[in-house]
Design a protein around this ligand. Structure first.
Ligand SMILES: *[C@@H]1O[C@H](CO)[C@@H](O)[C@H](O)[C@H]1NC(C)=O
Ligand SMILES: [Ca+2]
Length: 283
């Protein structure tokens, strides 16, 4: 009768709608392992979603665009995992691996698992993930780490460690840093605070790999714990403490910094050798 037809129609309609939903979702959802760092309304912001083979990092995109690519969200695939990342193209194709705003609403007091696969939002404060730091810096070819710090008066300082590598999870994501260069003062590999971060394992509130009798990630300042970091016993720098961005001389309780970024890029393949005052006939 009429009732039966109505039911049939309903089921046909429901089937059609669910098919449309599936098709719609598949089209929009970026096939990234860390898609949890994107809000659904940000899916459309991924700039190279249509690309067939994803580039291995932001530098590859920057380079193949002749330096013309714009800042934004891109898909990359360093090795195993396809990832959404924020690319800082204006500074030369850096892949952003951390961004924090002082007093961020993003909680940086997280577990080992959260630091492993990343948290926060790609378009604002986030940690890309130790596993992806490992994949990026161990895929062959040397990487460097860039640090960008902006204080409350908008003065920007920059630093680079070259080379930079994060070891595997079996090695507790140990950090390996090369020579420092920049306008900021090195706070990871020199020991003016008697703490050395270079060669330290990563520590989170639920995995204590540090050199302190307590867990450095749990130590609070004004009620806010330090968050995950490559602690010694404990820190001469920590960019994951939400209420104080700490970088020894450049950012601390007295000299407030508002923003920090950590990013990676391949080491320059061609070193520019400054010949200075060398005369041709001297060579
Ligand atoms: C961060 O928040 C704390 C607590 O509300 C406040 O005392 C401090 O001044 C804030 N820091 C900055 C840089 O806004
Ligand atoms: Ca400890």
């Amino acid at each position: 009768g009429f009732g039966k037809m109505k039911t049939n129609c309903y089921w046909q309609w429901a089937l059609l709608m669910s098919l449309l939903c599936v098709v719609g979702t598949q089209k929009e959802l970026p096939p990234a392992e860390n898609v949890h760092l994107l809000n659904p309304e940000e899916y459309k912001l991924v700039l190279n979603l249509d690309q067939k083979d994803y580039p291995s990092d932001c530098f590859e995109i920057w380079e193949s665009s002749g330096g013309q690519a714009r800042d934004g969200i891109y898909m990359i695939q360093p090795t195993k995992s396809a990832l959404v990342v924020f690319c800082d193209m204006q500074s030369g194709g850096w892949t952003v691996v951390q961004h924090i705003t002082v007093n961020s609403s993003v909680d940086f007091d997280r577990t080992w698992q959260d630091y492993k696969v990343g948290f926060g939002s790609i378009t604002s404060d986030h940690w890309l993930g130790n596993e992806y730091l490992y994949q990026l810096t161990n895929k062959g070819g040397q990487y460097k780490l860039g640090i960008k710090l902006v204080d409350k008066d908008a003065v920007t300082k920059f630093g680079e460690y070259d080379p930079f590598r994060v070891e595997s999870e079996e090695s507790q994501y140990k950090i390996r840093l090369g020579l420092f260069e920049g306008t900021a003062v090195d706070a990871l590999s020199q020991d003016t605070e008697a703490y050395l971060h270079d060669n330290q394992k990563f520590t989170t509130k639920d995995r204590d790999n540090d050199n302190f009798y307590q867990n450095c990630a749990k130590l609070e300042y004004l009620g806010v714990p330090g968050g995950g970091w490559w602690y010694d016993a404990c820190a001469g720098a920590n960019l994951n403490r939400r209420n104080v961005i700490y970088w020894q001389k450049d950012c601390n309780k007295e000299h407030i910094c508002k923003y920090a970024w950590m990013m990676v890029r391949p080491t320059d393949r061609v070193k520019v050798i400054k010949t200075g005052s060398c005369q041709r006939d001297e060579l």
